[in-house]
Design a protein around this ligand. Structure first.
Ligand SMILES: Cc1cc2nc3c(=O)[nH]c(=O)nc-3n(C[C@H](O)[C@H](O)[C@H](O)COP(=O)(O)OP(=O)(O)OC[C@H]3O[C@@H](n4cnc5c(N)ncnc54)[C@H](O)[C@@H]3O)c2cc1C
Length: 206
């Protein structure tokens, strides 16, 4: 007899659960209270514009185990994945630009061109990103105990960078433009005082 599963909610999690359940031979029903599926990951058309409610970038398009999941779910079929050279760009009214390049060596050169006086801080920032880029925080749940253990050596760094906000770190720069621009490097979330750690985690995808 086919086993049945009921899934409450048709967001990405519910839809993915439904697909994996079907792959594994279950009879599935997804209940969604909204008029269409997608949950937070939803876009809509209005007056000739597309409003993309959430996705700035799709987690897991890089060469990680997560990409395997998107492939299994069929999410990439017919979709071109674009790996941008610049993650975020902050500009001021005088034409100064801070580009967070996804190539970290290029990022370091660019920041040093803007502010040679801040070389030490820039090197510390890029080094922190590089050192975390080998830590597979995003897919540690997918590879069993060994994957989780591999994260352990990185925990002190996670704790250190979890205590410093982007606003705090911006204060380390002597250059006035970097001081003002840096709090905005993680999209537009500067008012939320987010810690450096989640920002540095994006270096894994870069
Ligand atoms: C502003 C914003 C920006 C984001 N940017 C990114 C990004 O750049 N990259 C990225 O990877 N992720 C991003 N995210 C996160 C991502 O969108 C979410 O993590 C993901 O969509 C969550 O999916 P979910 O299925 O867990 O939950 P949800 O999307 O919340 O889905 C839950 C679903 O359950 C339904 N539901 C709830 N209760 C019931 C009920 N009782 N009965 C029936 N249905 C019910 C809801 O209507 C909803 O459809 C962003 C999110 C936001 C809000």
């Amino acid at each position: 007899m086919t086993k049945k599963i009921i899934i409450i909610g048709g967001g990405i999690a519910g839809l993915s659960t439904g697909i994996y359940a079907r792959i594994n031979g279950y009879d599935t029903t997804i209940f969604e209270k909204h008029s269409k599926p997608g949950g937070l990951c939803t876009s809509w058309h209005r007056k000739g514009f597309i409003f993309d409610y959430c996705i700035h970038n799709l987690a897991g398009t890089g060469n990680l185990e997560l990409r395997e999941v998107w492939n299994e779910l069929g999410a990439f079929e017919g979709t071109e994945i674009i790996d941008h050279e610049v993650f975020t760009r902050v500009e001021d009214s005088k034409g100064n630009e801070l580009n967070i390049y996804t190539d970290l060596d290029r990022l370091e050169r660019h920041m040093k061109e803007i502010a040679p006086e801040d070389s030490k801080t820039i090197e510390e920032y890029v080094k922190a990103g590089k050192s975390l880029s080998s830590a597979n925080f995003f897919s540690m749940d997918m590879g069993g105990t060994l994957s989780k253990l591999k994260i352990v050596p990185h925990m002190p760094k996670a704790m250190k960078w979890g205590k410093i906000t982007l606003n705090n770190y911006a204060e380390k720069f002597n250059n006035e433009f970097l001081k003002r621009a840096f709090p905005h490097v993680q999209y537009d979330m500067s008012t939320s005082n987010i810690p450096m750690f989640p920002h540095l985690l994006f270096f894994i995808w870069f």
